[in-house]
Design a protein around this ligand. Sequence first.
Ligand code: TXA
Ligand code: MG
Length: 537
Amino acid sequence: MNTLHLNDTTEDISAAAAVLRDGGLVAMPTETVYGLAADALNGSAVKRIFEAKGRPMDNPLIVHVAQFEDINRLGLVSEIPDKARLLSEAFWPGPLTIIMPKGSVIPDEVSAGLDTVAVRIPSHPAAQRLLRVSGLALAAPSANTSGKPSPTTARHVADDMDGRIEAILDGGACSVGVESTVITLVGDVPRILRPGIITKEQLEAVIGTVEVDKAVLNQLEKDEKASSPGMKYKHYAPKAKVVLLRGGDDKYISFVNRAHRRDDTVAALCFDEDIPHLTAPYVSMGSVDDESAQAHELFDALRAVDGLGAGIVYAHCPSAQGVGMALYNRMIRAAAFEVIDLPSKRIIGLTGQTGSGKSEAARLLSEFGLHVVSADKAARAAVELDEVKRALCEAFGDVLLPDGGLDRRLVASIAFSTPENTEKLNRITHPVISRLMLDEAEAAEGGTVVFDASQLFESGEDRYCDTIVSILADRDIRIERLKERDGLSKAEIELRMSAQFDEEFFKACSDDIIINNGTAEEFRAAVRKLYERLVRL
Ligand code: TXA
Ligand code: MG
């Protein structure tokens, strides 16, 4: 199909109206996002919307009209609740959608079999003209391919819909940028089904108490029914995997920078204020204090991260208050509900090569009064967890002892037999070990804790650290120490050492380094100095 590209002229609006009257599809600008419009009272025209978008048929559409009187005139609802009148006076035309009991003229395709209908009066001048000139009520979901970010420019629409629909009406960039607030007036208490830039507080100022549907901020359980079918689908997703990082601003920056150092497909979806501190490629959503700007930028930003060629995008989590609720709602869906809570504690990562004296440094820091979280201890606890034992059996076969405990020697022999198996083991255990360490850190007393981890970088635990300290020593000295301490042969020691990063790597990735080539007293003094530097005594 050859898609017509139209502008906001009298002639083009008439052409678009003619397409709609003939049962065709027109992408139209609204102040929120572009909508994919069809004659709402023509079931077969509406059906084509679902086909063009690849939208599940059980997800109902919003019906757009030019003015409040049209709702009754066209028989769209069976009853207009009083609160709908109040909301209309306050917010229409504008970015609000109201769900009411549906009228009998509404085809099943629009309401997806529900007994309600969603109605909105858009304020965008081109949408207003199209509605008036066509004389129709227009069913219009966002004009994106289902699952992708909603389009906020005609270019976005063309990227998804060219060749699939009759016409695209270009009305410039949408001023709001996120979809309308959806509120249902069916039920005892009005309830927000989708947050937008009209906030809960604004609505309550007009109609009193308003609830927020659980699905707005939380993931539904598998068998839970969504009040708004659209809430249950994966949404707004760029091709890259998105992970939401929740927590302090400094932590966000250090997390992303350290992740990027190890993986150059890492990118940031950030605020303007983060930009000067980031070393990873980024797309900004605007200033941290300007939520309207963020709403305006969000979908463009989600589409733009794919332009960076990113494999994984760490998004800076907005607050879920006010307009922020609308942003959070979209972002958590773009992230498929994958959220990392950044620790509130200051974390010192302590690592180093085998035989360098890292464990002694940990012991000393603990003696000086810091809480030390041991990765080895967390690793031992992790393999006792049922979820880990199950995953290990799935990966390596039956690796349990008759009493149900893990056969550690068997696991070790399988896991270290090939690099692929080692990788498999790490993929199963590292995230759990990190989680246990983070939990312990949060529960610990004091504002600063130490992560004692020889595999700090391999596990990704480095990303949670504010400061990283590596303990290093000359190779020959380390070999002598290991011979003495662990009674290992030179060959065994060499093998262990070859599995670790080299000194250059530790130096490049650390903020502080102690070279431990001297006596125990010298080392103690060096660690004491480090401690004082770190906790600023
Ligand atoms: O800003 C907007 O609302 C844009 C512009 C084009 O108006 N439209 C839009 O439509 O975002 P769409 O289809 O992408 O989102 C409509 C949402 C979906 O989550 C859908 O499940 C919900 O509204 N919805 C529609 N009718 C409903 C109903 N009767 N009951 C509950 N939820 C409904
Ligand atoms: Mg949509």
